[in-house]
Design a protein around this ligand. Sequence first.
Ligand code: SAM
Length: 416
Amino acid sequence: MSEAKPSTEGLAARQAALNMLDAVLRRGQMLDSAAQKAAAPDRPLALAIAGETLRRLPELDQLIDSATWQRLPDDSKARMVLRLALAQRIALNVPDHALVATALPLVDGGPRRLVHGVLGTLLRRGVAGGAATLLPEAVEARWSAAWGDEAVASGRLAMVRRPPLDLSFADALAAEAFAAANGGVSLASGHVRLQGGAAVTDLPGFNEGGWWVQDLAASLPARLMPQAPSRVLDLCAAPGGKTMQLAAAGHTVTALDRSASRLARLSENMARTGLRTETIAADALEWRGGPFDAVLLDAPCSATGTFRRHPEVLYRARPPVIAELSELQSRLLKHAATLVSPGGTLIYAVCSLEPEEGERIVEAVQDLTLDPIGAEELPPGIVPHERGWVRVLPGMLEAEGGLDGFFIARLVRPLA
Ligand SMILES: C[S@@+](CC[C@H](N)C(=O)[O-])C[C@H]1O[C@@H](n2cnc3c(N)ncnc32)[C@H](O)[C@@H]1O
C-alpha cells in the first residue's frame, strides 16, 4: 500500500471523533455530551464514527491485536486512531484510501509508520463486520452469569442493529391513527414503533405535542400504576417521559428531581405536550411530603439497558460504580416507602441490566410487599418473572426490533 496523500477533507470530523472517543473512554463522559465540543458541521459524521467505534470496540481491538507484535496500550493514540479507521471500514463503508488519508494525519509527529503498517496489513487482509459484534469482556461475563448465553448472544446482535424509534401518545386513538398513516406498528396501547432514521422534529405532530419519544420498555413502569386517578409522586422524574404518561393517564402528578437543569427539560416537555404537573427541585433522599397514593421511583442507575443507543454505558458501568449505585438505590427505595400511604403502591424501576440494581434491591426491601405483575398487564411477548417482577432482557421482542433492558417491580405498603 502506498502512503496516501494527506487530505484535509473530512479530517476535522475524524479529529473530533478522536476527541470524543478519548473523552468517553479516558474521562468517562457520555458520547452526546462529549459531542457538544465538536464544531457543528463536523458533529454528525464525528458522532457516527465515534458511535460505531464504541459499538464494535472489542471486535476492533481483536483485529488490531492480530496485526501487531506487541500489544498497543488501550489508551494509546495509535490504538484509538486504528479503532476509528477500522470502524469506518466495517460500519460506514468508507473507502480504504479515504480512511487511510484521514487516519495518518491524526498521528503526525507520532506513531505514523506503525499505524500505516497495521492499517495496511488489515486492509489487505480484508476487514468486514458481521451481523453481530462482541460486547466488552467484563459485560459478557457478568450478563452470561446473570442471564445466560442466549441473552449475551442477543445483546451482541442488538449492539449493531439500529434500534427502532418508539413513540408514546397521550391519546391511544391518536396512536392508532398515527401508526396507520405513517407505517408504524403499535405494540401496546398508546405506542407506535417506527423503523428508519427520520429526525424526530420532522415527524408529523411534533409541534402539536401529542407524542414523545420513549422506548417501549421505559413506558412499562407507568403502565403498571393502578388505573384509578390518584395523587402520584414521580421521584427522580426528569426529563419526564414517565411524568407525561402519568399525567396523560389522569393522575395528579408531583414531579421531583435533584437536577434543576433536567427539571427545566421536564417543564419544556410538559409544555410541548400540554400536560400538567407540579415540579419540585430537591434531593429525594432528604425530601419529606405526602403521603401519596402512589410513588414511582425510576432510580438513577448504570443505564446498561440503554446500550443500543448509548454503547458507552458498558464502559462506564464498572463493578465499583454498580456497587455505589446499588447502595444509593436501596436508600432511595427505603425513603420512597415512607412517602406512600398505607395500602398505596410504589413502583421501582431501573434501565439497568445488572441484578445488583434490580432484583437484589427489591429482594432486600423490608417495609413493602411485592404486588405481582400479571402477563395481561404487559405487551404480548414480555413475560413477568415468576417472582412477580418484570425483567426485560436483550432478545425480548427481537423480531420486532427489541427493547431497552429494564427491571420493574410493583410494591405495596402494607396497611398499618
Ligand atoms: C433514570 S433518570 C429518570 C428518567 C425519568 N423518570 C423519565 O422517565 O424521563 C434518573 C433521574 O434521577 C435524578 N436523581 C438522581 N439522584 C437523585 C436524588 N438523590 N434525588 C432526586 N433525583 C435524583 C437524576 O437527576 C435523573 O434525572
